[in-house]
Ligand binder design. Sequence first.
Ligand code: ADP
Ligand code: MG
Length: 392
Amino acid sequence: MDDSSSLFPHDLPDQFGARFGRPPEVIASAPGRVNLIGEHTDYNEGFVLPVAIDRRTWVAMAAREDGRLHFRSETTNEDVEIGLQDADHHRRKGWSSYPAGIVALLRQQGVPVGGMDVLISSTVPLGTGLSSSAALEVSMATGTLALAGSSLPSQELVRLCQRAEWDWAGVQCGIMDQTIAVSGKSRAALLIDCRTLDTETVPLDPSLQLVVCDTGMPRTLATSEYNKRRGECDQAVRELGRHAAGLTSLRDVTQEQLSLFGRHLSETPLRRARHVVTENERVLQAVDALWLRDHRSLGKLLGASHASLRDDYQVSCAELDVMVAICQSVPGVCGARMTGAGFGGCALALATPGAVGALTEAVMSRYPQHTGRTPSVVTCTVGDGTRAVRVG
Ligand code: ADP
Ligand code: MG
């Protein structure tokens, strides 16, 4: 636990005081994230390369004696109060299910969590793919542990937060968002091996601006098509497994095997497999490019990732393609690609600081002309992982 009080917004203790009539005891926070590269690789036990961003969710908290939990979100301007025992059953109840799930799961682990007042404040936009949900879970878990004078190993903390999202919020997310929110390092991206959950920090030029451009497209197809892609990947593994022994996921498939045995695959599974196999390769090449500060190669890899998601994985859409093309056309932008599950959502562009103004202008003026939709642009830089400060 850190003891520096410069690590949180200076008005947070006052906000807590105004709400609860006393100072907070602990302030914890966790970052949102963007994934540089490695899309649809997580559930194929492959590699992802996310970055913690400088937008965070903060929780200020203090214990209370009466066994009640009061959650206050400054973001949504809502209050929810429940008893400690109620946290177990406080599921699928909107935003307050996330902190309730964390409390319930920590108690199940034997952490001595009592009643508390919790004030939540965030600079991560909600529901746009920057993972405000993991930032909320992880900041809540880190703060609650600190208040209880307890701790958990990182991987257990990650699993616990993921469980809260599955069982309390009802969202079957992967492991990337919680891992980067826990283990993100400033000035670094995090290579995550989704098979072993091993991580490796990779230095990232801190001047690189991460520009997230929202297409404003509702992601209506995302869930059904996502499930379909998962099935097609399983089919590819089964079909390839008849020719190459020992395959349990596309992670095990090499480019060489794919060119040798690809002709035995049906067309759709072959395309899906080709995306996953080449995307895993691109993630590892992106790691090399980051070590070498080779922005040109990094940009090319981002472009190739987008093309593969569009042509082989077939999860892009006209709006995302237009957005990526606009980003790529702006001088000073190193590269761009769609990010997230696809069928709408956001594109990510990596830009030099001097290019952000022109990029924003290009997106705001040209994207609506081509699509009739209103975009939004969020610019961030690299942040770091979760932390807690005792203030009272
Ligand atoms: P993303 O993680 O990409 O932002 P999600 O749909 O997974 O999108 O998570 C967004 C949800 O998380 C919100 O609808 C809300 O229920 C909850 N949430 C996240 N941050 C906050 C916050 N600061 N205050 C209240 N609810 C929040
Ligand atoms: Mg989320």
